[in-house]
Each structure stands twice: as structure tokens, then as C-alpha cells.
Design a protein around this ligand. Structure first.
Ligand SMILES: *Cc1c(COP(=O)(O)O)cnc(C)c1O
Length: 469
């Protein structure tokens, strides 16, 4: 849209906007009317005219001409007509943002989804022409990456916990520490999942401290108990006077009594993130090495793939889970399966997952790289009037229930528009042609550059121009 900067006097003809009726009978309106309907066009024009009037008042600019008004109305109608679900630019700084679809997929995963979008050998052995299992595509890969004997993947992490407990503990007690009776976003509560599985919850210890002797007392009181469930309190931390047995001690304890240890890790890091300053996220491989019988983790959190629930561990238990009717009810679809397989391949040497898996790349990015991105965006906005764009220090977060306390140092562009409140600027950015989601802090719209890709910068700059214009 052209900018109109010339000041116009009150009775200047440039201040006069055409009426809705005039615009609707404009020859250029016919095609728009045919595509979207005459009533929708009139409605859209009313909004566009009100918008233009507001801008003329605020900026003293001249009236846009009929062609520009019709163009804007058509673009608005196009936006409304598109799918309700579309891509957004994540400038929130929350890396695994559940409301924004969690992990952005690697190009390899996108390609893999495209490849299987038509017919595929999902459950078909091309060699023999016989039926095969969809799980074969993932089992070995997960074994390669985690060292697990066997693996099964279902629709999501919550489903994986449900399936494990329903198979191994239905009708019997499951021992869980009180400090681990957590609720994850979206209504996942450990006590509810235990109840749904048909198992009986036996709570032990105190919120902040649980000792091996608490497990021992529970095992004595419930000799029929077969499963100890350990959950990673992903989205909060109890700090201070706390205690819990190590995974290794708990596994040894469980096995000495003929019990199983099932661990719900939630995030499920497959690489060590401590060299990048992210120290409090347990690794799947460590749990398996410590003797956990089944480790459960999400596909779209730290793994960086599609939504999925991975169960890795003892082969005989995996086989038992695969045979449960819930495994069928919770099975993974071919698109997610293909994307997960492609993502897991990025963990196999010589590939370096930190560079190839977007979530890991974004989490481990240095603040210098982020600062350069912020500077590049600011340069793209250099000629923009009426908007202050300042680079500020801020913190990003992993999100998705991983590393809740871990603030990742970042840089954001803080936007202040002279004519718009932070709320309306943020809303315009969200609802424009390219949706850009930021956050509001101290009356400015903050666009955190950690979660924005370099390739997205021109689109972000264009969105800011359109929103403040
Ligand atoms: C996220 C999470 C879940 C649920 O996983 P989804 O893949 O979101 O269903 C379960 N347990 C823990 C500890 C989690 O962090």
C-alpha cells in the first residue's frame, strides 16, 4: 500500500473517502463480489473505510483512492477465507510453544511427510507382498539412538503413559511419589491418567521429599504392586529442602522386589544439552542405562519431531504393550510416523542433531547470533516512520513443559508505534497476512529473535510495516 504523507486541509478533496455504495458499483468490484459475495464485500469495505478514516485523522494523510481501498478489502476477504489453521511466525521466544504447535519440523521431516502423503508401504512388506507392521519403521531407529531394546510409538505422551499403565498395572496398585503427582497443560494429570488406566494410585512420601524407605513401606503394604511410576515434573520445580532417590537406586530397588520402573520423562532429551548451559533436562539414554524398564517421552518436545508418544525399553514389555487394544486406539498416523523417522535419522552419526533439528538449534543458539538477527531486522525497518524499534535484552524459555526455570538469554526488538497501543499493534501483527506472534512487555510489543528464523525476517519486517502503516 502506498504511503500518504502529504498533509491535507479539512476541506481538501483528498480527505474525502468514497462511499461504500460507490465502491461497490466500481467496475473493479465485480470480480471481488463474484468471488466473495456482494454483502461480504460491502462489509469488508466498511471496515477498510473506518480504518482509513482513523489513519487519516491520526496522520493527516490523504484519502486512499478507490483502487487501493478495493485492494485492501479484497486482501482482508482472502485472509478470512483461508484455512483456519495456518503458519505463524513465532516471536514469543518460547521455543516449544504448545499453542503454536510445539516443535517446528526439520526440512527432512517435512519432505518425509510429503513423500508418504500418497499411498505408501506403511504396513506392507514390498519384498514378500505381505502385511507388515507400521512400527517396524521406527523400532530400530529408536533403538539406534537411545540404546533401547525395543520401542513403540503412539499418538502422544499422555497416551503412552496410559497405554503403559493399562498394560502393566490395570487392576493393581501403582506407586507414585507425592512430589510427582503433576498436572501438565491441557488437562493431563498423573492421578487421572492412573485412574483411567484401571490402576490404583498409591501415593507415597511428601510433596518435597520422598525416600527409598517410603517406596519400601508401600511395597510391603501392597505386595501385589508391580509398577513404580516416576514422572519428571516438567513444568515446575520444587526447590529447597527436597529429596528423591536417584533413578538408578529406584530401578535397583524395583528389580530387587520383582517390580518394574516406568519413567515418564515428558521432554525427552536425546542429546546432552549441558555444554549449552541447559543442565536440568534428563536424558532418555541415562534413564535406560540406569535400569528404567520403560521410558516415555514426547516426540514434539525436545526430540524436535511431530506429536507422538515414544515408549522405549525392555523388548518383552514393548511386545506386551503392542498387543493391548489401546495400542490400536492410540496408533500413530503415517504422516507423523514419517516425520518422526526422518527426525530420528538426524540423531544418527555423522549428522549433528544440534545443527539439524530446529528445536535444538533454536535452544542452543548463542546470544550473539540472536543479537545479529535483531540488528538485521532493525536495519530492515530503518526507513519506517512512526515506529520506534529498539533492541532489548530479554529471556526466552524452552516451554512445552521442559526446563521451566531455565531462562535463555535472548534479544528482542521492542516496538512502539506512535499511533497504536501495544495491544492493538500486537493484534494487527497477529491478524495480518503473515501472522507474527510476539508478547507485550512494559507497553511495547516484543519480538523475541531466538524463535524467528533468518529467512523469516523480510516477512516480519513487511508485517510490521503493514501493521503500523
Ligand atoms: C508433556 C508431558 C506429558 C504429555 O505428553 P504429550 O505428548 O503432550 O501428550 C506427559 N508427561 C510429562 C512429564 C510431560 O512433560
Amino acid at each position: 500500500m502506498p504511503r500518504h504523507t502529504a498533509k491535507a486541509e479539512p476541506d481538501d478533496p483528498r480527505r474525502r473517502l468514497p462511499a461504500v455504495g460507490v465502491l461497490c458499483s466500481d467496475p473493479r468490484a465485480q470480480a471481488i463480489s463474484a468471488a466473495f459475495g456482494a454483502a461480504a464485500l460491502a462489509e469488508s469495505l466498511r471496515v477498510v473505510l473506518a480504518d482509513a478514516r482513523g489513519r487519516m485523522m491520526a496522520e493527516g494523510s490523504a484519502a486512499p483512492d478507490a483502487a487501493a481501498l478495493l485492494d485492501t478489502a479484497e486482501r482482508r476477504l482472502g485472509l478470512k477465507a483461508r484455512e483456519t489453521l495456518h503458519s505463524v511466525i513465532n516471536a514469543t521466544g518460547v521455543v516449544i510453544h504448545t499453542n503454536l504447535g510445539r516443535a517446528p519440523l526439520a526440512p527432512e521431516a517435512r519432505t518425509a511427510m510429503d513423500v508418504v502423503a500418497s499411498y505408501a508401504n506403511l504396513e506392507f512388506d514390498l519384498d514378500s507382498g505381505r502385511r507388515a507392521s507400521r512400527h517396524d519403521h521406527l523400532d530400530g531407529l529408536i533403538g539406534d539412538v537411545t540404546g533401547a531394546e525395543g520401542a513403540l510409538v503412539v499418538n502422544n505422551g499422555a497416551g503412552a503413559v496410559l497405554l503403559a499403565l493399562a498394560t502393566l498395572a490395570a487392576g493393581s496398585p501403582v506407586i507414585v511419589s507425592r512430589g510427582e503427582l503433576i498436572e501438565i497443560g491441557g488437562g493431563f494429570r498423573v492421578p487421572d491418567i492412573v485412574a483411567q488406566s484401571g490402576a490404583r494410585l498409591v501415593e507415597i512420601g511428601a510433596t518435597n521429599r520422598t525416600h527409598l524407605k517410603d517406596y519400601e513401606a508401600a511395597a510391603r503394604a501392597h505386595p501385589e504392586a508391580r509398577v513404580i511410576l516416576r514422572t519428571h515434573p516438567s513444568n515446575f520445580r520444587i526447590t529447597g529442602f527436597t529429596s528423591a532417590p536417584s533413578v538408578r537406586d529406584l530401578a535397583t530397588f524395583a528389580h530387587a522386589r520383582g517390580m518394574l520402573l516406568v519413567e515418564d520423562l515428558g521432554g525427552g532429551a536425546l542429546v546432552d544439552l549441558t555444554p549449552y548451559g541447559i543442565a536440568d533436562e534428563p536424558m532418555v539414554q541415562d534413564s535406560l542405562r540406569a535400569g528404567v524398564d520403560l521410558v516415555i517421552f514426547s516426540g514434539d518436545k525436545l526430540l524436535g519431531g511431530p506429536q507422538a508418544g515414544v515408549i522405549a525399553g525392555r523388548r518383552d514389555l514393548i511386545d506386551a504393550l503392542s498387543g493391548h487394544p489401546l495400542a490400536r486406539a492410540l496408533r500413530l498416523d503415517k504422516l507423523s510416523l514419517a516425520a518422526l523417522a526422518a527426525t530420528l535419522r538426524l540423531y544418527r552419526p555423522p549428522a549433528n542433531p544440534i545443527e539439524r533439528v530446529p528445536v535444538l538449534r533454536i535452544l542452543t543458539q548463542s546470544v550473539e547470533v540472536i543479537a545479529r538477527r535483531a540488528a538485521a531486522l532493525r536495519t530492515l525497518l530503518a526507513t519506517l516512520e512512526g515506529v520506534e524499534a529498539e533492541i532489548v535484552e530479554t529471556n526466552s524459555y524452552a516451554g512445552g513443559g521442559a526446563m521451566p526455570m531455565h531462562a535463555l538469554p535472548s534479544r528482542a526488538l521492542a516496538l512502539n508505534s506512535r499511533g497504536l497501543s501495544a495491544e492493538s499493534l500486537a493484534q494487527r501483527l497477529r491478524t495480518g497476512e503473515t501472522a507474527v506472534v510476539g508478547r507485550i512487555e512494559r507497553n511495547a510489543v516484543l519480538l523475541d529473535m531466538r524463535t524467528v528464523d533468518d529467512a523469516e525476517l523480510p516477512a516480519v519486517a513487511a508485517a510490521i510495516r503493514r501493521s503500523t502503516h
